[in-house]
Write a protein that binds this ligand. Structure first.
Ligand SMILES: Nc1ncnc2c1ncn2[C@@H]1O[C@H](COP(=O)(O)OP(=O)(O)O)[C@@H](O)[C@H]1O
Ligand SMILES: [Mg+2]
Length: 319
């Protein structure tokens, strides 16, 4: 449904988006994740036809956004970083105005029903007669989403849809976006990790204008270091490193923490080799008390940091 090929955007000598490629399948919710300044907004502006790319190609719902901007825009709903509201218009007036611009011809009853329908979906019916300028941040964001939906687009491009919202509003917005998935193809940008794990089926991680990883949130947490590591906590001061090291399939053992009477080990094993039983047996037979044994999974947080701060980013890119 969305195909981005080798997109590059330069502002003078500065490259904000550098050879970015990804695809989004119909009905999918894709998370576009990256720190501030990574190039998310720039990419989204290009995808929605608000800005030309320096190089590369973007196709939305079958239409090249550069050669067929009108057709592509008709099928795209865009929530920019700051929703373009008119402070003096009421919510209903604003949505009516936007519907005239974007939703084309329809009779009055159809238009009223369309506006009611997007207000219902975004839970802003109570605010229909409130001036846009008097809305809270959370409602402004929802009205922004309502205007993105007004022409019933197949594709939604949402730039940090939960930015600046309180936790309850964030949950409501996530639920809303999830409910729009399936019937819409959605790209949402965020610099907040839990967002992608909870909302998106797939994640593109971008840093300094470059894609550093594309995967499911689940695979990302398995990827890289930590995938085949166990954490083992053993009672007593005795050193179990040698005994653990001797287990077939164990590649490396290191002491990760030591506290009053306990020692924690990180046991790294060969990929796809389950050494848990042998580790448990070794500890018990060695006369140490086994306090804890669990797989170590890198959190998305750690992976994100690794991808966006170290040279390991290069390794991950190339698998
Ligand atoms: N109009 C512009 N002129 C020059 N540099 C820009 C412009 N817009 C964005 N940038 C720069 O491009 C980079 C990417 O910005 P942006 O796409 O807004 O990132 P993000 O949305 O991920 O925070 C930033 O370093 C930003 O300062
Ligand atoms: Mg941005």
């Amino acid at each position: 449904m969305i195909e981005v090929q080798n997109l590059t955007k330069r502002y003078g000598p500065f490259t904000a988006v550098d050879d970015v490629s990804f695809r989004v399948e119909a009905g999918e919710i894709l998370g576009f994740l990256g720190p501030n300044g990574a190039g998310k907004t720039t990419t989204m502006r290009i995808l929605t036809g608000y800005m030309p790319a320096t190089e590369g190609r973007a196709v939305v719902a079958g239409y090249d956004v550069f050669t067929h901007p009108v057709e592509a825009k008709r099928r795209t709903g865009y929530l920019p970083e700051t929703p373009p509201l008119y402070p003096d218009m009421t919510v209903r007036e604003y949505l009516t105005f936007v519907s005239h611009i974007k939703a084309g011809r329809m009779n009055r009853a159809e238009r009223d029903e369309r506006i009611r329908s997007v207000m219902r979906k975004t839970h802003i019916e109570d605010m229909a007669n409130r001036a846009c300028g008097k809305l809270s941040k959370g409602y402004r964001q929802r009205v922004g989403l309502a205007q993105a939906l007004i022409h019933e687009p197949e594709v939604l491009i949402l730039d940090e849809p939960t930015a600046g919202l309180d936790p309850k509003q964030i949950m409501e917005t996530r639920d809303l976006i999830r409910s729009l998935g399936g019937t819409h193809t959605i790209v949402l940008s965020t610099h907040i990790l839990p967002e992608v794990a909870q909302t998106c089926q797939r994640v593109v991680i971008i840093n300094k204008g470059r894609v550093v990883a594309v995967d499911t949130p689940d695979n990302l947490t398995h990827q890289l270091k930590g995938a085949a590591s166990l954490y083992v906590q053993v009672e007593g001061p005795a050193d179990a490193t040698g005994a653990l090291q001797a287990i077939p399939g164990v590649m490396r053992v290191r002491v990760s923490d030591r506290s009053s009477g306990y020692t924690g080990y990180e046991v790294e094993s060969e990929p796809n080799r389950d050494v848990r039983r042998d580790v448990a047996r070794t500890v018990v037979e060695g006369g140490w008390g086994l306090v804890e044994l669990r797989p170590m999974r890198m959190s998305l947080e750690e992976i994100f940091l690794q991808l966006t701060t170290s040279e390991q980013a290069e390794e991950a890119r190339h698998g």
